[in-house]
Design a protein around this ligand. Structure first.
Ligand code: ADP
Ligand code: NI
Length: 222
């Protein structure tokens, strides 16, 4: 089986498994991460085969298991890639990347060992910022019943993952707690370039948001 066909089969597998899932961890996120990862990989010169497989499968842990059990996911991924006759060293590399992207350890920063891993991580983080990042944040906030914004709740600096997860917060605060920090966490130069643009877009959005909230423009016209 050639690589293109294996990637296509893997995409079908990811789409089916993610679409069937009621929790709605959506296939389109995986699709966008795939496309962005390819764009970065072409510029950075990385193994496109590994990057594509890892990008497509990177969030399977999140949607199927509440606590993202990586070992069970790895078993599924190995079964799939074995069936598609992918070489063992490629499969191991893909599993390593998926394990690191999904990792949410308290205060422990997941470090990617390879360029391919760094690219998938950048692509995943890029999908959390910019216009799509804004849309995803408010969709998530709505799903969790969070307020859009509340001037009485200040953004928090969370020391542990538990603290971060349980904090009472608003979606606007999520920008200050996480989304505006992602730009400086990019691994690759290409990732950084794309992040700069998306970051500026979020800053403009927030500026406009607060201007409307405070009604400054309206007052100036009086
Ligand atoms: P990913 O699937 O890319 O690894 P997550 O599962 O952490 O990302 O989050 C999915 C989306 O929901 C992201 O766009 C993220 O910014 C958003 N999100 C996560 N936590 C919050 C929150 N507390 N408030 C608003 N949006 C959030
Ligand atoms: Ni993701």
């Amino acid at each position: 089986m050639n690589q293109e066909l294996i990637v296509r089969r893997t995409a079908e597998y990811a789409r089916k498994r993610m679409e069937d899932e009621a929790s709605g961890h959506d296939w389109w996120h995986a699709w966008r991460v795939w496309k962005t990862a390819v764009r970065i990989a072409k510029k950075e010169g990385a193994d496109l085969f590994v990057v594509q497989l890892a990008a497509l499968l990177h969030d399977i842990a999140d949607w199927k298991f509440n606590d993202g059990d990586v070992s069970i996911v790895e078993k599924d991924v190995r079964k799939l890639l074995e069936k598609l006759c992918v070489e063992e060293h490629v499969t191991s590399h893909v599993c390593e990347i998926i394990g690191n992207v999904s990792f949410r350890g308290a205060g422990v920063k997941a470090r990617m060992r390879t360029k391919e891993g760094m690219i998938v991580q950048d692509a995943d983080r890029l999908d959390a910022i910019g216009a799509i990042g804004i849309a995803r944040a408010f969709a998530y906030g709505g799903f969790k019943g969070k307020e859009i914004y509340n001037p009485n709740i200040l953004p928090g600096k969370h020391k542990t993952f538990e603290e971060y997860k349980n904090a009472e917060s608003t979606t606007i605060n999520h920008f200050y707690e996480k989304l505006l920090l992602l730009k400086d966490l990019m691994n690759t130069e290409t990732g950084k370039e794309i992040a700069e643009e998306r970051h500026r877009f979020m800053e403009n959005f927030l500026e406009e948001f607060f201007e409307e909230w405070e009604g400054r423009r309206y007052l100036q016209q009086q």
